[in-house]
Design a protein around this ligand. Structure first.
Ligand code: TXA
Ligand code: MG
Length: 318
């Protein structure tokens, strides 16, 4: 099992030796390695059993560090960086040749972000290289939002988990890029669409589509529990699956607590719901039930990102 602790120097020494360390961020825990060392980066793909065509994002401590790894940084990107870094916004920019091809799966752009977590900031400031880090979960499973989540699934494959407590936001970063002068949203996440458009004006959406399932960042089935997971109206799903043991995930609690039912936010707060989402999905996956039923949350603000994760976790119904 991995050692869990808050020792930034210990994390640093493993990373300098080309080893993997799980790091806390405000979104989810990352599985980090020296982004400039292809052998270290290869260990990430192996530990996660992640296909080599799915590129990683790199983490820096500031925009001053970012300029060593990406060029050019267009004006819209600068504006977004000024508003949202450190924070849950990843920007796709042309990579400099110092970033190995294994990080970007051969693409000419690299996703870059500056995480807002004091331990990881300290760590990044102490290192002479950026950190490549996908979410620290086995490929396709639910992302981790606590040190224990990482331990439960990848503990045998990594040396050290830097414990920064539960993740404040609980959903992955928003991913933005630029195509022919337009700002493009590739993944919904911690910063919502309205916050982005306030800064750079209208944006294009290029979210996952089943017609293009293998485009980077766009894999449709993701974030999924192992149990059969169904999304829809809870009352009708309960009727349809009356003969099996059901775990239920509801947005808010409108009545007395129900058996085998978990609530994303008792009071109906979307930020709290985002923060609890992955923990509760894991809890339901470990319950003595046969299937999991869930309902969408209101499609506003960060609710759109929550619904995106719920849809990707769910099996398709006719
Ligand atoms: O919040 C986050 O972004 C977390 C924390 C650890 O920072 N990281 C994260 O990484 O969610 P990951 O690898 O689980 O998701 C990053 C997504 C992947 O779906 C990948 O395909 C996409 O970003 N991506 C990375 N680089 C890309 C690129 N150059 N072009 C298109 N998509 C890219
Ligand atoms: Mg991930």
């Amino acid at each position: 099992m991995a050692e869990i602790g808050k020792d930034v120097r210990r994390a640093k020494s493993y990373l300098e030796k080309g080893e993997l360390v799980a790091i806390p961020t405000e979104t989810v825990y990352g599985l980090a390695a020296n982004a400039l060392d292809p052998m270290a980066v290869a260990k990430i793909f192996i530990a996660k059993e992640r296909p080599s065509f799915d590129p990683l994002i790199i983490h820096v401590s500031s925009v001053d560090q970012a300029i060593h790894f990406v060029d050019p940084i267009p004006d819209q990107a600068r504006e977004l960086i000024n508003h949202f870094w450190p924070g849950p916004l990843t920007i796709l920019l042309p990579k400099k040749s110092i970033i190995p091809d294994i990080v970007t799966s051969g693409l000419s752009t690299v996703g870059i972000r500056c995480p807002d977590h004091h331990l990881t900031q300290q760590l990044l400031k102490s290192l002479p290289f950026p950190l490549a880090a996908p979410s620290a979960n086995p490929f396709g499973y639910i992302s981790p939002t606590s040190a224990q989540h990482v331990q439960d699934q990848l503990g045998s494959k990594i040396n050290y988990i830097l414990d920064g407590g539960p993740c404040e936001i609980g959903l992955e970063s928003t991913i933005i890029g630029f195509e022919e002068g337009s700002t493009v949203l590739y993944r919904r996440g911690g910063i919502n669409e309205d916050q982005i458009t306030k800064v750079v004006g209208p944006i294009k959406l290029k979210l996952s589509s089943s017609s293009n399932p293998l485009a980077p960042g766009q894999l449709e089935s993701h974030y999924a529990p192992r149990k059969m997971f169904l999304l829809g109206d809870i009352e009708s799903l309960e009727k349809k699956y009356s003969n099996v043991r059901k775990g239920v995930l509801r947005f808010q609690q409108n009545s007395n607590p129900q058996k085998d039912t978990l609530y994303l936010s008792k009071s109906g707060d979307l930020n709290e719901a985002a923060k609890n989402l992955f923990t509760l999905l894991r809890q339901l996956d470990n319950m003595e039930v046969d299937i999991i039923l869930a309902e969408p949350v209101p499609e506003v603000g960060i609710g759109k990102a929550i619904n995106d994760r719920l849809r990707r976790a769910a099996v398709k119904q006719e």
